[in-house]
Design a protein around this ligand. Sequence first.
Ligand SMILES: [Zn+2]
Length: 527
Amino acid sequence: MIGFLPNPTSRTLQPVPDPMHAASATLVWLIALVSSSLAQAPARGITSGKRVPRFVVRNALVVQGNGTPAAGPYDIVIEGNTIADMVALDPVAVKTGRAKRPSAEAEIDAAGKYVLPGLINAHAHLQNERGGQPQPYEYQLKLWLASGITTIREVSPSSQPKPFLELKEKSNAGTLEAPRMFIYAGFAADPVPRTPDQARARVQQLKTAGVDGIKIVGLDRDIMAAMEDEARKAGLPVAHHTGVEETTAWDDIKLGTRSIEHWYGVPDAALKDGVQGFPSSYNYHDEVDRFRWAGRLWREADPEKLHQVLKGMVENNVAWDPTLVIYEASRDLQRAQSQPWFKDYLHPTLEEYFRPNPANHGSYFIGWSSTDEAYWKENYRIWMAALRDFERMGGVIGVGEDAGFIYQMYGFGVIRELELHQEAGFHPLKVIQHATLNNARILGQENRIGRVRAGHLADLIVVNGNPLEDLKVLYPTGTTTMRDGKEVHTGGVEWTIKDGIPYHGPTLLAQVKEMVAQARAAVKAGQ
Ligand SMILES: [Zn+2]
C-alpha cells in the first residue's frame, strides 16, 4: 500500500484498501479510528524535513497568491528548491493532450486539498527568552512551519543581529527546521545613536554586518531623516514601528520608509490640531495609559486629512503591515486569554510572560475595563475602514503577527491576522495575497517568493480544506466541520514546503506538544 506514517503519535493517514495486506490495512484503519480524524494526503518517498532532488505535488487546486481565483488541478513539479513546472490537468488540457503527467520517485497527493504559496510573516520576533526565562528557538520555528509560514521578516529591536544572521544561515543551508529569514536589525540600541552622524554610522555598521533591512522606532525627526537617507544609499529597506512619536506617517512618506508597522503614526498624521487629546495625567511610559488611550486615537483622526495621508502612502510606496492581531486583547481580553491552543501548545515561559505585569512589555491588562474594550472596538472599525480605503487606492497591505507579546502565539497569530483582514472587509483571495505576494513585495522578493509559479522558489503549502471558504482551516490545530451529519475534525496545513524541503505539519505540532509537556514538567519539578 501507499502510505506514510511520519510519527505514530501524530494524525495518521487514511486507510488504503489492499487485499494482499488485509491485516495491516485493518490495523491502519484502527489507528485512524482511534486517533484524530484529520484526513492526510498520502505521500510516497517523502520524509518530513528531508530534501529530495525531485518530487511532484499532484492534483493540487492552486491559489496562486496574486489575487486571481483558485485553479486546477495541477501537478506541481519541484526540483531542488524551485518550482520547475506546473502541469494543468483540467479536462480541456487532458483533451488537447497538454496534460502530460510528470513521473516522479516521490510525490504528495493533494487531491481535495488546496495549495497556496507559503505564508510570509512580515512582523516576526525571533525569541529565545521571555522576561529573562529561556525558551528554545525550536519552539517558535516549528510552530511557524506548522502554520504554513515559509518566510519571516525578523524585526526585533536589537542592533546586534549576529545570532539572527546565524539562524538565517542555518535555515538557508537547510540544516535548521525554520522558515526563510530576512533580518531587519533594530536601529537604535546598544548604544543609541544621538546625532545624525552617529545615525549614518549605525546604518553603515548594520550594512557591514549583513542585515536585510532596518527596523526603527521612536526616533526624533533629524535622526530619522539622516538614517533613512543613509539606508536608501545603502539599499536597506526600513520598517517603521510607528508609536506616538515626534514623527508621523508624513515623515515616512517624505523619507522613504518601506513599511509602516502597526498604526499609531497614521491617525497621528491626520489630527486636526496636531496633538492627541490625551488626559493631563497621561504618561506614555505607563503601558496601561499608552494602550488605553491608543484606543481613542482613530476617532480623533480627521477623515479628509486621513484620506490624504493614505493617498500619500500609496503614492510614495509606503506599505502598511497593520498587525491587527496584536491589539486584539485590547478589544476582547477574555478571548485573547482563553485561546484553545494554549492548552497543549503554550510554552510555560510564554505563559508566565503573558501574565499582567508592568515590567513585561505588552502585559498591561490590570484594571482593563468594558469601557476600554468598547472604545477599542470602535477603534478597530475606523482602522479597518482606513485599511480598505488604502488598498482601494492601490496601497500594499502586508500580514504580520508580532507574536510573543500580548497573548499571541507564533504562527497562530498569523492565521488570526488573516481572519481579521477578512473581518476588515477583504475578500479571502486578497487576504491570502496580503500574506504572500504583498509581503514578498514588501521584502523586495516578489520575483522569487510569494506565488505558486514555475520558476519561483518552492515555498508552498498543502492545506486540508478550502481557506477561501474558511481561513480557520489554516490553523495548525485545524477546525471542525459537518460531514454526512457528523462533526468532523478537519483542516490544518499538512505539508509546508520551504525551499523545496517538505515539512509535515502534524509531526511538527506533535513535537511542539511534547516540548511544551516537558517544559511544564520541568517547571513543576522545580517548584
Ligand atoms: Zn514587534
